[in-house]
Design a binder for this molecule. Structure first.
Ligand code: UD1
Length: 416
């Protein structure tokens, strides 16, 4: 796998780009598939490093999982119990491996899941996940870097999440599906990926209601039946290409999207002067005559997504005026600032806020992708920068963007 990306800036992006399946939906649906009896076939799973790690974890746990010729992913767990421990060497590469906590407890009542290590975008505690699975009747010990969870007295319960955590909501939905009685998750996350998980679970015979609202109600069932399911398009990948179109001075049709999922991003793009049109084919983004300033606060869905914050910083670096971007979800999401400043941006940090003084131009530089979305932001900045940008540690970008070099090249970017 390539380690560096080299981008020659100054080329307006034109044409159309087809968005892949959602990374964050794909990851949780792969985990949830082990709860079903029989072969699950998932369509639209992006072939990116993160999903490949998920596949490797399941192979090590003894699940028959493979990519089929038509691009779908087949997951067929055995009729007997599987190894209930997620291997540390693989889990440390991928925070989403913690989703096996709920999936394994739902499947066979026992899970040994590696605690997530330090993460580039901030501390990622598991307290809400643990509180929730305990409420559903699991006994939990934390030892030697692992969460040991065993179903003791499974019983539906009412769980209030102090923060609408995506991962905690997903783990509890999966476990509650197979827990006898009624469960209620209050202050649940409302992200589209939560709704996709609920639809998937219901397609297998689960009884989940209210996904997409603050309160999710689940009636436990004794068995789930495997089937075929296509995951939703990736709203963050779509948003990234939309910003790339706006910053490069081009016009791009973004195909295979669900526009409502993109409203928080579309609203900000329009605020900064881009022209956004919804059509039957997808969303067209055309750069405005200049980039206007805007303030942004990241929030759980339907607020502005933290996963789009870095890309927006790159755009606002070239705005006419000063913008303030407040990060409310992950505290370390501003590592990108030093890298953007190396390209001529004028961004200052004040605690959880970045103050972005717009500048007329950015220039190419040697920079480093500190995390997935920071890497995407560097690509966006590089597309508009004068001269050549070399992005090191591009592996972070391949974790989440399928065929990004091919897709950008097709739009006219000079990238290799
Ligand atoms: C998911 C997404 C990630 C996205 C994030 C927020 C996946 C695979 N990843 O991550 O791309 O950026 O949602 O939209 O879907 N928290 C606690 N205790 C917990 C759990 C979380 O305090 O037990 C805090 C976290 O530290 C963070 C906030 O809650 O500050 C949000 O985290 P969460 O929604 O859980 O994110 P993830 O599910 O890890």
């Amino acid at each position: 796998m390539q380690d560096h990306l080299i981008i020659e800036g100054g080329q307006p992006l034109r044409g159309s780009v087809k968005i892949s399946g959602a990374k964050n939906a794909g990851l949780v649906l792969i985990a949830a598939s082990i709860m079903a009896e029989g072969e699950t076939i998932l369509d639209n799973v992006p072939r990116i490093c993160d999903t490949e790690v998920m596949v490797e974890i399941l192979l090590e746990m003894g699940v028959d999982i493979h990519w089929k010729e038509d691009g779908s992913l087949s997951i067929c767990p055995p009729g007997h119990e599987i190894d209930c421990q997620t291997p540390y060497e693989l889990s440390k590469k991928l925070r989403a491996s913690n989703l096996f906590l709920g999936a394994l407890l739902g499947r066979q009542g026992e899970a040994i899941v590696s605690l997530p290590g330090g993460c580039d975008i901030g501390t990622r505690p598991m307290d809400l996940h643990i509180k929730g699975v305990r409420a559903l009747g699991a006994h939990v010990d934390i030892e030697h870097g692992y969460i040991y969870a065993k179903r003791r007295e499974p019983c539906g319960s009412r769980i209030y999440l102090d923060f609408p955590s995506v991962g905690a909501t997903e783990n509890l939905m999966m476990m509650a599906c197979k827990t006898p009685g009624s469960s209620i998750i209050e202050n649940a996350a409302k992200e589209p990926e939560i709704v996709d998980l609920a639809n998937f679970l219901n397609s297998m015979g689960a009884k989940v209601r209210g996904a997409g609202t603050d309160i999710i109600k689940i009636e436990g069932v004794s068995a789930l039946k495997a089937g075929r399911y296509a995951i939703i398009p990736d709203r963050i990948e779509a948003g990234t290409y939309m910003i790339a179109a706006a910053i490069s001075g081009g016009e791009v049709l973004v195909e295979n999207v669900i526009p409502t999922h993109l409203h928080p991003i579309i609203a900000k793009l329009q605020e900064v002067g881009a022209i956004v049109r919804e059509t039957d084919q997808g969303i067209i983004v055309e750069a405005g005559s200049k980039i206007l300033r805007a303030d942004i606060k990241t929030m759980p869905y339907p607020g502005f997504p933290t996963d789009m914050q870095s890309q927006m910083l790159a755009l606002l670096a070239l705005a006419d005026g000063t913008s303030v971007v407040v990060e409310n979800v992950f505290e370390n999401r501003f590592q990108i600032v030093d890298e953007l400043n190396r390209m001529g941006a004028k961004i200052k940090l004040e605690g959880h806020a970045a103050v972005v003084e717009g500048t007329r131009s950015l220039y190419g530089a040697r920079v480093k992708a500190t995390d997935l979305r920071a890497g995407a932001a560097l690509i966006i900045a590089a597309l508009a920068a004068q001269g050549e940008t070399v992005i090191e540690e591009a592996i972070h970008i391949f974790r989440g963007y399928e065929n990004i070099i091919e897709k950008l090249s097709k739009l006219g970017a000079r990238i290799k």
